[in-house]
Design a protein around this ligand. Structure first.
Ligand code: MTE
Ligand code: MO
Length: 383
């Protein structure tokens, strides 16, 4: 594989793996804006960044269980109505390093910033499927377990040198309300190479792994994609399963991500002066569920105070899907008085009343995915 043509990257990024390039911003950068700047958005790759230099000749092949296969050029995709969807992308491996501290897990180490919120611009997958004769809101007979598979241009070792791929149910793909996009813009700019130029999939509310970058083809298939990242990775196992007794076929590929929250204004261990401290961070949930509450504790979880939440500055956040961005994170903030050294904790509650689990041990899994345990940081108060 060839890593000589990688794009330039922001010097602030913390590099977790160089080849393939995996990097995240400092946590403090995440809370400085509701929309994460492209440069600081985490980058998660499984191979070298592909080069697409002739955009006029670039097309997406649509094939599989359809009457007539079709080639879609960028001009065809741009001719469809354009949507801007604000959606948070989170890697299932976010906070893996912390999970590995209780018991070793396999995978790229991530701190708390394998997440970002962007405005994705592009065509709706539901509109594209309609072009090839698949109606919107496919009925359960039409879809009957069918999936829409996204195949990339990149090559990775997990697929034995083949392309990265993933799929989502046809029923979700044909639902305009699910906001699944073929995106060619990120924060109003042309999508850059790191994030999938010229075209990527965005599946809002679902773990990042299903949002395939550098799209090459779309296949309508009878059942879910059989690729490595759907079948042998990104599945949630119980703590009792380890590498010597794992049976991958017993679990389904992870789709929606669970409720999550993280304190970003403080490092894991941080020295502060006694007095008022503003604690801020992000909270997000999958499946379009909003954030109902964020609780913060300054005594290791014995007592809690509620933080205020916001998306757009000046507008109070309500998880009602009308005044809020349903696929996006909320930022939270609370000012507390901290007289002495202590452990500060955050936990969020989503609109279905799902709560983050208290202990990482209870959700430990061998691949180290979905660490959504209460986020804890230590402050050392000095004078
Ligand atoms: N698509 C391709 N083609 N190759 C990849 O390695 N990584 C996936 C997904 N799409 C990946 C991909 C994973 S695991 C995540 S979390 C997101 O892309 C990361 O997207 P980003 O790099 O734009 O943040
Ligand atoms: Mo990921």
């Amino acid at each position: 594989s060839d890593y000589s043509l990688e794009p330039p990257r922001h010097p602030c990024l913390q590099i977790n793996s160089k080849e393939p390039f995996n990097a995240e911003p400092p946590r403090s950068a995440l809370v400085s804006s509701y929309v994460t700047p492209v440069d600081l958005f985490y980058k998660r790759n499984h191979g070298p960044i592909p080069v697409v230099d002739d955009i006029e000749r670039y097309f997406v092949d649509i094939c599989g269980l359809i009457e007539t296969p079709k080639k879609l050029y960028m001009r065809d995709i741009r001719a469809l109505p354009k949507y801007n969807v604000t959606a948070t992308l989170q890697c299932a491996g976010n906070r893996r390093t912390a999970m590995s501290k209780t018991r070793k897990v396999r995978g790229v180490g991530w701190d708390v910033s394998a997440i970002g919120n962007a405005v994705w611009g592009g065509a709706k997958l539901a509109d594209i499927l309609e072009l090839i004769g698949i109606p919107k809101l496919a009925s359960s007979t039409e879809s009957s377990g069918k999936h829409v598979e996204f195949v990339s241009i990149d090559k990775c070792k997990e697929e034995n040198g083949g392309p990265y791929k993933a799929s989502i149910p046809l029923i979700q793909a044909t639902n305009p309300e699910a906001d699944v996009l073929l995106a060619y813009e990120m924060n109003g700019e042309t999508l850059n190479r790191d994030h999938g130029y010229p075209l990527r999939v965005i599946v809002p509310g679902v773990i990042g792994a299903r949002s395939v970058k550098w799209l090459d083809s779309i296949n309508i298939i009878a059942q879910e994609c059989q690729g490595f990242f759907m079948q042998k990775d990104y599945k949630m196992f119980p703590p009792s399963v380890d590498w010597d007794n794992i049976n991958w076929s017993t679990r389904r590929p992870q789709m929606d991500f669970p409720v999550q929250s993280v304190i970003c204004s403080l490092e894991d261990v941080q020295s502060i002066k006694p007095g008022k401290v503003t604690i801020s961070g992000y909270a997000a949930s999958g499946g379009g569920r909003g954030i109902e509450r964020v609780d913060v504790s300054i005594d290791s979880g014995k007592t809690w105070v509620e933080a205020s939440r916001f998306q757009k500055t000046g507008i109070p956040y309500i998880a009602d899907h009308i005044s809020s961005d349903k696929w996006a994170w909320v930022l939270f903030e609370v000012t507390v008085d901290i007289p002495k050294s202590t452990e500060i904790v955050a936990k969020a509650v989503d609109s279905a009343a799902n709560v983050q689990p208290e202990k990482v041990q209870d959700i430990w899994n061998l691949r180290g995915i979905l660490n959504t345990s209460w986020h804890r940081v230590h402050v050392l108060v000095g004078h």
